[in-house]
Design a protein around this ligand. Sequence first.
Ligand SMILES: [Zn+2]
Length: 416
Amino acid sequence: VSTEGHLTELRVDGARLCRRLGQLGQVGALPDGGLARLALTDADRAGRDRVVEWMRDLELDVQVDGIGNILAVLPGREPLAPVMTGSHLDTVDGGGAYDGSLGVLAGLEAVETLRAAGLTPRRPIAVASFTNEEGVRFGPDMMGSLVFAGGLALGEARQARDAKGVSVDDALSRIGYRGDADLASFVPHAFVELHVEQGPVLEAAGKTVGAVTGVPGISWTRIELTGEANHAGTTPMAARRDPAYAAGELITFVRRLAGRLGGGQVGTVGSLALRPNQVNVIPESAVLTVDLRNGNGAELREAERALAEHVESLVREERLGCEVTRLVRLEPLAFDPRLVDLVARTSAALGLPTERMSSGAGHDAGMIARICPATMIFVPSRGGISHSPAEHTEREHLVAGANLLLHVLLQLAEES
Ligand SMILES: [Zn+2]
């Protein structure tokens, strides 16, 4: 049966979607609110088991690859490259019920809606759950989608270890998700991920949907400053080599730098450690991290250059030792303009107020964009809050996002 002619009236079962989001949100729930389904833990396994059961109930072809990515495929009328959707089931410690889960369950809901309507799209539709998107327990983040897209060797990813020394390989085996499906030749026709915005843009603009144009470039740096530990009372100010002073200057500098560059530049010092960290001791060392992001590659490089220059002058002034380590460096990524237009057009046809916007965070879609045209759909986050038990998206926005995803997938799945 062709799907044409059904594009306007077909809708997902919003109650079923929200019920499943609620049920999945109980898995790994913390007593004081929020949930913890860190990658490859027992809670992650329980969440995966639940979702796989729903996939099997739909008689989808469920496969698990070597890094634990789960892929459920609805066959199409023709043996063409599948249209793919999906997100992740892992969370941070104290995360919300929709970050990641929405994208997986809305994909499943779209497929179930087609099944219930007796529709078979031309192309297969694949729903994916990617392993370890958050990167809290194992690095790097977006591990599963990066391996899937060929950006990280499977063997290397499996060797990553958590703080207790447990490897990804062992953790996968322990929870029963060290699969053997070889998905290296699985190249989608297109990829679309539905996700909560995790920022305040849509709510502030009063819009229901974000048509996501791209992901900013990300630059993470670890700066270790070394001075001389000494007595806080007897050491004259002029004789000090104080790394804490330089660290404080850097924190202020990063804030001012973002203000000076303006545009989409953001900058954060998210961690700082002083040693020995005692009230009456000038510290011997300070270790801090700087997170710089910008959707414009040239502006990001300018921010990095200004930071490096300032570190150098502080180190000279305070006579410090300094070791700078680059932790993460990703160029800004523009999503496929044709897919972004398709999302915006379809959203308008469904009567949903839409904003074209850049993503503040990295996502699996940014990894899959390496191998096929990709984009994302955002729905609002209340108060712009994310990675917190207070994370919330209104029910009508969850359902609107799922309906938009359904119709975008349908159109892509009918393409020759
Ligand atoms: Zn997420």
